[in-house]
Design a protein around this ligand. Structure first.
Ligand code: ADP
Ligand code: ZN
Ligand code: ZN
Length: 732
């Protein structure tokens, strides 16, 4: 008797298949089992998905080699042959016979039903195939190792836990606020929004909550997600120092994209086997297989990097909330500047309306009473033309570095100058392949496109008219660093040495390990002034910073992206939070955050001055409610790329026509196709179309049915290179 086994494999993104294929097997295989299966001439890794059927005459069912997949409704189910390599398109009809599972991956317990449900949900919600989501979230070595390599890998003995020579560290007594929050987390089911000021001790709350769970249930597992692990190397150290003394050095594993494939496999297996108590990772970790998951922490939950920007464009934060519900694990979302979505979901009850579905827990005070910086706004309209640092700001900076205090200067634009131009003929350094300017990098005298990477050496003369007078327009971090060195050349540190300026941005940290090295220098006090992009604003616990300056923040105030003010506010609040973290410093004058702006009276800066996130959030939410923008409506984007803008838009507008009847019925708005903000990248034209609805359910219903239209239209629009749906997009 042979068994029918449905197996998820990674099918091409737009094949229109759910990803589940049916195979034969001599024995019953439990759902979640990892197997290798033949497909065309290849052998793929797959996951056994459904309960195995036991139909004796498998060969008679060969017309339906595809298991119907609940997550995808396609108009016509293409046959298995359609997905094979082109070379196999002429295969004899005999190929329609069911093929047998090639082998079972030994030594790995089946993936749990919860894990499969999470994958299935993510695939359905974000409009991708479950096979793609499932296989993309497994370590690549499961797929890439040959049977012999795998056997060798399994034989390797687990390393004996290292001796814990690190002495147990003194664990701080929780503050009153921390104790209250912990009591609520213990008593309620959540999900929780931990709205805690920068430096209020949120990390300490995560550590305590994790510890309480581990003490109660020694098999419990905890998932801690952070936006970018490279930016906060000290967080991993903190968790390790707390838990290794009691639970061993193997109790914590990391999961992020800069691990080697071998490390990734090791850590994945440690989590999957239940051996690792704590998984610390970036957004991909939301899919970690953890059989005893009991707590999920999403630190800095507002951070846009929780949204995956390719393939299945999932929000790891939103999936974390779903997963918590699914597995009955507690979820803590933490931030000093929560996303407006989470803020709205955690609204308290009013007389007329019930509370949101998250529980908001506040920690307004900083531990040790280190004061938040005094915010000072500089009206740039009153400064001489082309002022970079107002004289007052410069004076304040000079005083502080002389006293040995540290300064952060934030400018969200890397390179030397965003554009080079010719004063004679008006030539500008446009990228020939993109609708964008190439940025001037003075260090290596190149013009670099930040979108397609196209790089050329800067010519002496204008390439258009030969004029020798070509000059930078605008300012980036590289130029700022150079300029500051001149402005502060005569200033001395308390030890009589010249002051040291460093720059941290995507350029200065390109080499592996460079970011960690530079951050360590700042922590060690070897740097007096740190210039950088948003990378320097996030999460760092720099102890001696007493002044933060934000230059040129105005761009976001008038952006066409309705989320730009939210992002700017959170960036500035985070940056402000880097100052004054050490209350024991004997300060001559209080910490300061300086903001240079042409619109200093803007309500955003008013709220910043008061450190009043709730005021800012409430004002923004009122505006969004009036305009029916998220979280008061739900959005999706379809993006299309083609050789011509017309072709991209034609495809989208055809899709719009195809979906309009259903959209009308479901009260879903389909907007006309428009070019994307950066319309052309690497000679590919990009267009997008917005879909909006006040009901998440109706939007989901619409998207699920409309998928078939989109797939179907592809053949009539051969010029379209690719298209993708982005559900709950972050950038519009
Ligand atoms: P956040 O994550 O909110 O920025 P942290 O948890 O990093 O805050 O805490 C800020 C600083 O205060 C850290 O140096 C931390 O060690 C310290 N800290 C946190 N909680 C306590 C406490 N209860 N007692 C003493 N120090 C604490
Ligand atoms: Zn010229
Ligand atoms: Zn380019």
């Amino acid at each position: 008797m042979s068994h029918l086994i449905s197996v998820m494999v990674h099918t091409p993104a737009h094949s229109g298949l759910g990803g589940a294929l049916t195979y034969e097997s001599d024995s019953v295989l439990a759902p979640g089992t990892l197997v290798r299966v033949p497909l065309g001439s290849r052998e793929l890794l797959g996951v056994v998905w459904d309960e195995a059927g036991t139909r004796p005459c498998a060969k008679e069912t060969n017309a339906s080699t595809l298991a119907p997949d609940a997550s995808h409704t396609t108009a016509s189910q293409p046959s298995l042959l359609a997905m094979d390599d082109p070379s196999h398109n002429n295969a004899a009809p005999a190929a329609l016979q069911l093929r047998a599972i090639a082998s079972v991956l030994d030594g790995v317990a089946p993936l749990s039903a919860h894990w499969r449900q999470l994958v299935q949900f993510a695939a359905r919600y974000y409009q991708r195939s479950a096979g793609e989501v499932a296989l993309a979230s497994l370590p690549s070595q499961l797929r890439d190792l040959s049977a012999e390599q795998w056997a060798r890998r399994l034989k390797r003995k687990p390393k004996p836990p290292l001796a814990n020579d690190a002495p147990a560290q003194a664990i701080p007594t929780p503050t009153d606020e921390q104790a209250q929050v912990l009591a609520s987390i213990d008593a309620q089911s959540g999900p929780f929004l931990l709205f805690g000021n920068t430096g209020s001790g949120k990390t300490e709350v995560y550590l305590r909550a994790a510890q309480a769970l581990l003490e109660r249930d020694p098999s419990a597992q905890i998932l801690v997600m952070v936006p970018e692990i490279n930016l906060t190397p000290q967080l991993e150290a903190r968790f390790r120092a707390r838990f290794a003394p009691q639970w061993g050095s193997e109790c914590l594993v990391a999961m992020h994209s800069s691990l080697t494939p071998a490390q990734r496999l090791n850590n994945w297996l440690a989590a999957h086997s239940g051996q690792a108590r704590i998984v610390l990772g970036t957004r991909m970790a939301v899919f970690a297989s953890m059989p005893h998951l009991q707590l999920i922490v999403v630190d800095e939950e507002h951070d846009p990097s929780y949204k995956q920007q390719e393939g299945a464009r999932y929000s790891a934060r939103d999936l974390a909330v779903y997963r918590g519900q699914l597995e009955n694990a507690k979820v803590i979302l933490g931030s000093a500047t929560p996303s407006l979505e989470s803020w709205h979901h955690s609204r308290p009850a009013t007389e007329t309306e019930p509370a949101g579905r998250y529980m908001r827990l506040a920690m307004p005070s900083r531990v040790g009473q280190g004061a938040l910086p005094l915010v000072r706004r500089v009206d740039m309209n009153r400064q001489p033309y082309k002022t970079v640092f107002s004289s007052h700001l410069l004076e304040a900076m000079r005083e502080r570095v002389t006293r040995g205090e540290q300064i952060l200067v934030l400018l969200n634009r890397r390179g030397y100058a965003p554009v080079l131009h010719c004063t004679d003929c008006g030539w500008k350094s446009e990228c020939p392949h993109c609708s964008a300017y190439r940025v001037f990098h003075k260090l290596d005298r190149t013009l670099r496109c930040h979108h397609c990477g196209f790089t050329q050496a800067v010519t002496r003369a204008c390439p258009s008219c030969g004029n020798l007078d070509i000059s930078p327009l605008g300012r980036g971090t590289e130029q700022l660093e150079e300029h500051l060195a001149e402005l502060l050349a005569d200033v001395r540190r308390p030890d009589g040495e010249p002051i040291r300026i460093a720059r941290i941005d995507a350029d200065s940290t390109r080499l592996k390990g460079e970011l960690e090295r530079q951050l360590a220098e700042v922590h060690a006090g070897a740097v007096d002034v740190l210039v950088g992009t948003q990378m320097i604003a996030k999460g760092h616990d720099f102890r001696r910073v007493t002044l933060v300056a934000a230059l040129n923040a105005d761009g976001a105030l008038f952006s066409s992206d309705f989320r730009a003010p939210e992002r700017l506010f959170s960036l500035l609040m985070q940056a402000a939070g880097r100052a004054g973290r050490d209350a024991t410093m004997n300060l001559v004058s209080p910490c300061e955050m300086w903001v240079q702006s042409h619109h200093p009276q803007h309500p955003l800066f008013e709220a910043l001055k008061q450190h009043d996130y709730p005021a800012f959030a409430d004002q923004q939410l009122r505006e969004r409610e009036q305009a029916t923008l998220p979280p008061f409506s739900f959005q999706a984007l379809v993006r299309a790329e083609a050789r011509s803008q017309e072709a991209a838009q034609d495809f989208l507008n055809a899709a719009r026509d195809a979906g309009s009847a259903l959209a009308d019925e479901l009260l879903v708005d389909l907007y006309p196709a428009v070019p994307m903000t950066i319309q052309r990248i690497a000679n590919i034209e990009r267009a997008q179309m917005l879909i909006e609805c006040t009901s998440r359910k109706a939007l989901q219903h619409f998207l699920a049915h409309w998928q078939a239209d989109l797939h179907g239209l592809r053949s009539a629009h051969r010029q379209v290179i690719r298209w993708a749906v982005d559900v709950d997009p972050l950038a519009i």
